[in-house]
Write a protein that binds this ligand. Structure first.
Ligand code: RIB
Ligand code: CA
Length: 306
């Protein structure tokens, strides 16, 4: 079966580390390019974390550095969730794979998109680089199959009262993406909260080789949920949205991003009841079959065992 070409914009980040493994070891996806971006931690850390992960995974997609800060707002981070390094909890071997710093992520996206007939952009961190790509290469947008995003929330946020971290980290970028007219699929916080990874799954990772052991140890430091109560694997749901769409309930809806208010800056208004009377601009995952996600999750990670 022909693999789907994908580009990952990511801010590892512990759930990103798992999502990157799920994508790289997937039989359905060809990861053409990974662009580390600021987000959970600084670009310096997300760059180093991406390099360590690819060295451990022994995979060599193109890696080109993304943005170190958002378009307009001040830079935020989520080090309280992922640790100071962004991947606390595991002593990685020295990296032997390094990011290309000779060009920008947007230039690399332009090159990769023009190598294939249709490419899927995956945003599992702030959407700054995807927004810049949209503005700088409008002639490439017809070559984008869709943009798959982990971000936003149907209700309460995880960064602000109503704002989810990825969109809050660069609200203007998120607004550009949702106004682009490109087909978009969104995995908001709620499907991650529905499909928590529970101890019976986490414990199986320990016997899944070096990568499984690494993920197991990162989970001990991950503070989005807990090992005992269940871990929020938000970014993994974006990958599942591409390769296991049948486990999701999807709704077409208008998604607007708040960029002018003070208290709700960065909030996503996912208009399930069409109160705004605006045309839908995204397919939003509103429910997921948690047991089917869990089975896919552990079966997919089992493929990383050498
Ligand atoms: O809100 C969850 C999202 O923010 C995830 O992508 C997590 O890695 C952080 O980037
Ligand atoms: Ca992320």
């Amino acid at each position: 079966m022909k693999k789907r070409p994908v580009i990952l914009s990511t801010d590892p980040g512990i759930d990103d580390a798992v999502a990157i493994a799920l994508a790289l070891f997937s039989e359905e996806l060809e990861v053409k390019l990974i662009c580390p971006i600021f987000g959970n931690v600084s670009l310096e850390h997300t760059k180093a974390n991406t390099e360590k992960l690819l060295t451990l995974y022994q995979k060599t997609p193109r890696v080109v550095l993304g943005s170190s800060r958002p378009l307009l707002r001040e830079t935020i981070n989520a080090s309280e969730i992922h640790g100071e390094s962004g991947m606390d909890g595991y002593e990685f071997p020295e990296a032997t794979i390094f990011a290309d710093e000779s060009q920008t992520a947007v230039e690399a996206m332009h090159e990769v998109v023009n190598e294939a007939e249709k490419t899927t952009l995956v945003g599992i961190g702030p959407l700054t680089d995807i927004a810049l790509f949209i503005h700088l290469y409008p002639q490439d947008l017809a070559k984008i199959d869709r943009i798959v995003v982990m971000g936003g929330s149907l209700g309460r946020g995880n960064y602000g009262v109503l704002s989810e971290f990825n969109f809050a980290a660069d609200p203007e970028a998120a607004k550009i993406v949702f106004n682009s007219g490109i087909p978009i699929q969104v995995a908001p916080l709620e499907v991650g909260n529905q499909a928590k990874i529970m101890p019976k799954i986490t414990n199986r990772l320990k016997s899944m080789g070096e990568i499984g052991e690494m993920i197991y140890q990162l989970f001990s430091k991950y503070r989005s949920g807990s090992v005992d109560a269940g871990l929020n694997m938000y970014d993994a749901l974006a990958i599942a949205l591409i390769v296991k769409p049948e486990i999701f309930e999807m709704v077409s809806a208008r998604v607007e991003i708040e960029t002018t208010a003070s208290l709700t800056y960065g909030a996503s208004l996912i208009d399930l009841n069409n109160y705004l009377d605006l045309p839908a601009n995204a397919e939003v995952a509103v429910n997921v079959e948690a047991s089917l996600f869990e089975q896919w999750f552990i079966d997919s990670l089992a493929k990383t065992a050498k």
